[in-house]
Design a binder for this molecule. Structure first.
Ligand code: HAM
Length: 508
């Protein structure tokens, strides 16, 4: 037998156990209900996509794409298993066929490598005649060289889902649907970040996107209204909405240029990260949390003073639309967000109890993204994603995350522990358990017969509300004994009375 080994979850990922999972279900169910009333429908998306999809949309220079994605190279199913030395020539030939059929990417590097290896193979056989040793050496070199083929497309675990929604929108021709397309999603995302409280490598988002031909500020405000309605339904306390406008392709480049020039002047006073960002993405310098950079950043030019007339009007109208919905907000000129696809409206919601990772939700408008990903240029978009892990944490910290149930127990607790004694009683118990479950009761039925004391002891430890006892005597009399475990009171009831008795106990 193989040596025993115990495993632990990988760094930065975690299990969500009962009873906490019940809170997650409540959060997700509430999102479905609230989003549904705003006319949103669920889209279920793949967990992995072409790396290029994220690189193009989130942005090559962003932290997410440049260092946080889990990326791997896929390979065609038809490719033979890794070859032994003798199989190398056949393997290279197979790669040639698969490249021809398009199953292996016909990249320039692959084409050149194939040509090199095919030539090498031709020289290999004559070598065998001359020196077996040199032949073996050559084969070894080839075995390394074949490792360099890119055997399939580059794929990444999704770090976010907006790119996937936009891809799906275009792929399924949703622009032909009437009105705005309103979609929501929930599920795991993956980013290779330094794990800490509220920051994981596999984390969960609940997100929503509106895609359509209109960029009316009323849409921005309604999306935010829905988000706040959801938080309110969950009784999340202390949520603060931060908003900003980061302009569009008409006005932002000039602002970024200004910012770049000003940053150059203070370059030496900034840390290494900010210095790098002056060149790669100057806007991101505004995100810095470094204490000593704050006073410097406060003096930098602000986008609000550089918006074009259209962007200014749009932003003013977003604020008016928020006000007419009675939504309070804080303007934050430094809210630029860490993804490249945004334009105009950006927003974040912070919540208490989360330490430094206090953004429970982020979102914004991304009008050019659909076009960038090959869809119609007329389609505009706006959306958000909530960090479910953080939302749950904040609910728990503020004392509204209570759920019933215990470790590895069903959420509402156990209604009935059905103790049976004797083979005939087991048959009756199986039938009774089925009828109770059909009626919606949570029932634990022991799989093997146990001694009376042990069985009732287990019922206690599982915190069942009732033990229903079925032995030969009860069977003969056509009744069951029902014991309320909270106070030990016991009575005998016929089956039809049992149901109403249990129901009454539940409603209490
Ligand atoms: P994001 O700001 O990158 O935006 O992520 C949204 C939220 O996901 C964050 O506010 C945070 O609550 C949560 N989150 C992000 N990274 C982690 C992590 N490592 N651990 C735990 N929670 C995390 C987006 O993803 C955009 N797709 C949002 C969007 C949708 N914009 C328009 N539509």
């Amino acid at each position: 037998m193989a040596e025993k080994r115990q495993f632990q979850a990988i760094k930065g990922v975690r299990d969500i156990l009962p009873p906490e999972s019940a809170l997650w279900n409540r959060v997700e169910q509430t999102a479905r209900e609230v989003f549904g009333t705003f006319g949103f429908a669920e889209i279920r998306l793949p967990i992995f996509e072409d790396t290029e999809l994220f690189a193009r949309s989130v942005g090559q220079e962003t932290d997410i794409v440049s260092k946080e994605m889990y990326t791997f190279v896929d390979r065609p199913l038809e490719l033979p298993a890794k070859p032994t030395m003798g199989e190398i020539p056949g393997y290279i030939e197979a790669i040639g066929h698969l490249m021809h059929s398009g199953a292996i990417p016909k990249s320039q590097a692959n084409v050149e490598r194939l040509k090199f290896l095919t030539d090498e193979i031709k020289e290999l056989y004559p070598l065998f005649e001359k020196s077996v040793e040199r032949y073996a050496d050559r084969l070894l070199v080839l075995s390394y060289a074949i490792e360099d083929f890119q055997l399939g497309p580059e794929i990444s675990l999704r770090p976010e889902a907006t790119a996937s929604v936009v891809r799906a929108y275009t792929e399924h021709g949703m622009q032909t649907l009437p009105g705005n397309v309103k979609l929501y999603y929930m599920g795991p995302m993956f980013r290779r970040e330094r794990p800490q409280k509220g920051r994981y490598r596999q984390f969960y988002q609940i997100g929503a996107e509106v895609l359509g031909s209109s960029d009316a500020p009323g849409i921005d405000a309604e999306v935010i209204e829905m988000l706040l309605a959801f938080f309110e339904r969950l009784k999340l306390k202390g949520a603060v909405l931060h908003i900003n406008s980061i302009g569009d392709k008409n006005c932002r480049p000039a602002y970024v240029e200004r910012l770049h020039a000003e940053l150059q002047k203070v370059r030496e006073q900034l840390g290494a990260d900010s210095q790098r960002r002056i060149e790669t993405n100057p806007l991101r310098v505004l995100d810095s949390k470094l204490e000593h950079e704050q006073a410097i950043i406060e003096k930098l030019p602000r986008i609000a003073d550089h918006l074009c007339a259209e962007c200014r009007a749009h932003y003013d109208e977003v604020k008016r639309q928020l006000a007419l919905r009675g939504i309070a907000y804080q303007e934050n000129w430094r809210l630029v967000r860490g993804l490249d696809y945004y334009m105009r409206t950006t927003f974040e919601i912070t919540a208490p109890g989360l330490g430094s990772q206090n953004a429970v939700c982020g979102g914004g408008r991304y009008d050019g993204l659909v076009e960038l990903l090959g869809g119609p240029a007329t389609t505009k978009g706006i959306g958000f994603a909530i960090g479910t892990d953080r939302l749950v944490l904040s609910l728990q910290e503020s004392g509204v995350g209570e759920v019933s149930g215990g470790p590895a127990r069903p959420a509402g607790g156990l209604d009935v522990y059905l103790a049976w004694f004797g083979a005939a009683a087991q048959t009756a118990a199986v039938g009774l358990a089925r009828r109770l479950r059909d009626a919606g009761f949570v029932v634990e039925l022991p799989a093997v017969e146990m001694k009376f004391g042990k069985s009732l002891g287990l019922a206690d430890r599982l915190k069942a509300r009732h033990a229903v006892i079925l032995g030969e005597d009860e069977l003969a009399a056509g009744v069951v004994a029902v014991k309320r475990l909270a106070d030990g009171t016991q009575q005998k009831l016929a089956e039809q009375d049992l149901f109403s008795h249990l129901r009454a106990a539940r409603d209490f």
